[in-house]
Design a protein around this ligand. Structure first.
Ligand SMILES: CC(C)(COP(=O)(O)OP(=O)(O)OC[C@H]1O[C@@H](n2cnc3c(N)ncnc32)[C@H](O)[C@@H]1OP(=O)(O)O)[C@@H](O)C(=O)NCCC(=O)NCCS
Length: 328
């Protein structure tokens, strides 16, 4: 079973500057010193679309010749890169690297999916130590790391979902502006729990950066809802884990309300959850002052399981709220 190893390090400083340094191979080589050495890295910043062939020596003992690194994405504006790597015992090493700005701090995340066949656990443990070693050498304020199992999901789980009028597809960084404009509309953020007013382009970009690794981990499936090629909303299924149940959330751009799109997208996602992920139970909720959402959940077959109050970030206060549950 593949593993996900996640290392998050917090630094003082500017996220863009830190990202630009991080894509310089000389920085990575210097930070790895004492743990791993690399021969064959380019002497210029990593470039999208290029493949590098290296010789890697880890812990002075494990030597891998012809280790391949393909740069699937290098986006300095979004402060994200994605590399796909393989060689030696490693069948697949997908690295989602991002740096987000959080006030005066820059938070650097290395989210890595490791498939090393029967050696996966060993390789993942060494990988986790290597990222920690690199961050320690850069003088961070703090480092956190975690290793989790990645469910073996069929490839089809990662494809777009089509319904009669809509396409649900993965969000990507070119959606940032349109999403940011929509979520700054009071009619959206005042009705959902977790969108505070005044979302910036940067915070939306950072939110988008998290979606691809979460999807690969099977931890959450967020889709842009597209109608005739235009993004008209977002729908998200937080997949169930040992600690949290599956949950459904969504918004539709106000110009497109009242045409059944939320219900159609919701039904498509429930079918996907049931048929592709085997999900049996999904939770959702809405603020009582937002009956349109209650009606969507009712049409999708959700049943009330309780009422109470819940914090609405958009209005910065507690609001009466209903919890609902759907069963396959
Ligand atoms: C809630 C929301 C997603 C609905 O999107 P939509 O595409 O218009 O939804 P649908 O057209 O599929 O269904 C809406 C239903 O609510 C009904 N409705 C609309 N306003 C209503 C109101 N004030 N009171 C009762 N029902 C209402 C519609 O008539 C429709 O039901 P019907 O098909 O029986 O006529 C959209 O309004 C939205 O994005 N709101 C802001 C964000 C949000 O609330 N997200 C959900 C958070 S829990």
């Amino acid at each position: 079973m593949p593993k996900r190893i996640t290392t998050t390090a917090t630094y003082n400083g500017n996220a863009t500057e830190i990202f630009l340094k991080a894509i310089e191979p000389s920085e990575m080589i210097a930070a790895s010193k004492g743990f791993a050495s690399f021969t064959g890295m380019p002497d210029y910043a990593l470039r999208e679309g290029e493949t590098y062939k290296l010789d890697v020596t880890t812990l002075k003992f494990f030597k891998t010749k012809g280790y391949e690194i393909f740069m699937r994405k290098v986006d300095p504006d979004a402060r994200v890169f994605i590399s796909q790597e393989r060689g030696g015992a490693i069948k697949n090493w997908t690295h989602y690297m991002s740096v987000v700005q959080d006030g005066e701090h820059a938070i650097w995340t290395d989210d890595v999916f490791v498939d090393g066949g029967w050696l996966t656990s060993v390789v993942a443990r060494i990988g986790l130590k290597m990222y920690r070693h690199r961050h320690e050498s850069r003088g961070p304020l703090s480092i956190n790391s975690a290793m989790t199992d990645v469910p073996d999901l069929p490839e089809a789980v990662f494809e777009s979902i089509r319904s009669e009028r809509l396409v649900l597809r993965a969000v990507n960084h070119s959606d940032a502006q349109v999403i940011n404009d929509y979520i700054n509309d009071t009619r959206i953020y005042e009705n959902v729990a977790r969108i505070a007013p005044g979302q910036t382009f940067v915070s939306t970009t950072d939110w988008i950066s998290k979606q691809a690794p979460n999807r690969q981990a099977g931890a959450g499936f967020t889709y842009a809802i597209e109608r005739k090629g235009a993004l008209i909303g977002i729908i998200s299924l937080g997949a169930a884990s040992a600690t949290s149940p599956a949950g459904l959330g969504y918004w539709i751009a106000p110009d497109h309300w009242g045409q059944g799109y939320a219900t159609e997208a919701g039904q498509a996602l429930l079918d996907f959850a049931q048929n592709m992920l085997g999900t049996q139970t999904i939770y959702s909720n809405f603020f009582l002052e937002n009956p349109a959402s209650g009606r969507v959940l009712d049409k999708l077959g959700f049943k009330e399981i309780g009422q109470g109050e819940f914090f609405c970030e958009g209005q910065n206060k507690m609001l009466p709220h209903m919890e609902l549950m759907w069963r396959a």
